[in-house]
Design a binder for this molecule. Structure first.
Ligand SMILES: [Mn+2]
Length: 344
């Protein structure tokens, strides 16, 4: 892994073979407790990976326009739970192994120690996804979540993880990558994807392209950027209400429906909220939440949040979308449709 190649002209390039090696090395880590160990790549390797990934990520527009007949896999919050990402790849194949397009909705890092899972492995998730993005830039898309923000990572664990397992310089390099992440995506002009939600400042999805990157996010701020990363939908309110998170809004289904109608969209797929079954569908298959970190609140002892929830009977809404769109969904406890139920 030390044998990294400098590309012509002095700009750091990472050979495809080395990217493949990184992915192999990281995904083969199966031991629980790896989150307590030093990270397998050194500072120099990680900084080079981040530098190259930042350049490639900045080539994606702030609103990624996906037009594809391929199967699309949408992955919600991971929060350092690398085992869940490993299982997703075991079940669906790795990006690049087939024509599937992958959209990751952000919140790759942070989180706390969880029973058997041990400490979060945010560095593994970040490095694996960045290597895959570099290797397959038109098949892997990473959006920004509200945790992809330096202040948030200081408060919620990833900064500490970098200091424990790597270096502060690596944390800084990863923060620069986060500042380069695209903010939303649109699938075949009909499904809008982002981490949080829509915004009263957002007339058309294309307006997102006016947001220039790289840019820092102020977690105490307001405006379009904050709403894309922080807003939540609710079927129980109408209009816009203050968000109990203290940032951004909760938006009613009425607001979402009107916005989708105005823009010729049929669904919003987002992440950001913990879901007992890994996903939630609001309205007539119109607003969906995907959460891909399994038993996220296990150590908090939340009753009813066990992993063992079969997809049968609960995925009707998502299935309806999947049946009419080339859009397949993963959630933490099962697979849609045509995939056998899976239990973690
Ligand atoms: Mn979030």
């Amino acid at each position: 892994m030390l044998d990294w190649l400098l590309g012509l002209g002095g700009s750091p390039k990472i050979r495809p073979k080395h990217l493949q090696d990184i992915v192999e090395q990281l995904l083969s880590q199966q031991r629980p407790g790896s989150g307590e160990q030093p990270f397998p790549l050194n500072e120099r390797e990680l900084k080079r990976l981040c530098g190259a990934a930042k350049e490639v990520l900045l080539k994606d527009p702030s609103l990624v326009e996906l037009r594809t007949d391929a199967q699309v896999v949408v992955v919600g919050d991971l929060h350092g739970q690398y085992q869940d990402l490993q299982r997703i790849f075991e079940r669906l194949g790795r990006p690049g192994s087939d024509p599937k397009v992958w959209v990751f909705l952000g919140d790759y890092i942070d989180g706390v120690r969880r029973g058997m899972r041990g400490w979060p492995m945010g560095l593994e998730i970040v490095a694996t996804l960045l290597a895959l993005k570099l290797r397959h830039p038109t098949q892997v898309f990473m959006l920004r979540g509200n945790h992809e923000c330096s202040e948030i990572t200081v408060l919620f664990g990833f900064c500490g993880e970098c200091q424990r397992r790597s270096t502060l310089a690596v944390w800084e390099a990863v923060m620069q990558v986060f500042d380069a992440l695209p903010l939303a995506a649109q699938l075949n002009g009909s499904v809008f994807l982002c981490h949080g939600g829509i915004s009263p400042h957002l007339k058309r999805p294309q307006d997102i392209n006016e947001i220039r990157r790289p840019l820092d996010v102020n977690p105490n701020g307001e405006g379009l950027l904050c709403d894309l990363l922080w807003a939540d939908p609710s079927a129980n309110i109408s209009g816009w209400c203050p968000n109990p998170r203290g940032v951004s809004y909760v938006f009613g289904l009425d607001v979402a429906q009107r916005w989708m109608r105005d823009n010729g969209l049929r669904a919003i797929v987002r992440a950001h909220m913990v879901q007992q079954t890994g996903f939630e569908v609001l309205g007539n298959n119109e607003v969906m939440t995907v959460f891909s970190a399994a038993d996220y609140r296990e150590s908090g002892g939340w009753p009813g949040l066990a992993l063992d929830v079969g997809p049968v009977g609960t995925g009707a809404g998502v299935k309806a979308l999947a049946a009419s769109q080339p859009c397949w969904m993963f959630w933490s406890t099962g697979w849609l449709p045509g995939c056998a139920g899976w239990r973690g």
